[in-house]
Design a protein. Structure first.
Length: 53
């Protein structure tokens, strides 16, 4: 998933997702060239972890 798709899926402003990723508190991601990409499974797991907490 792209950064924008992930922010939309999580219903977060992009600035908040940037902050979470920079702090190491967001979903797992990887930089591919200049783009930060997220695996859908990692984003779903991130949501599940937050709901369970």
């Amino acid at each position: 998933m792209t950064f924008d798709e992930t922010a939309d899926y999580l219903r977060l402003p992009k600035s908040t997702l940037y902050f979470l990723v920079a702090e190491g508190r967001g979903p797992r991601s990887a930089k591919l060239g200049k783009r930060r990409m997220f695996r859908r499974e990692d984003v779903v797991q991130y949501v599940a972890d937050r709901v369970a907490a």
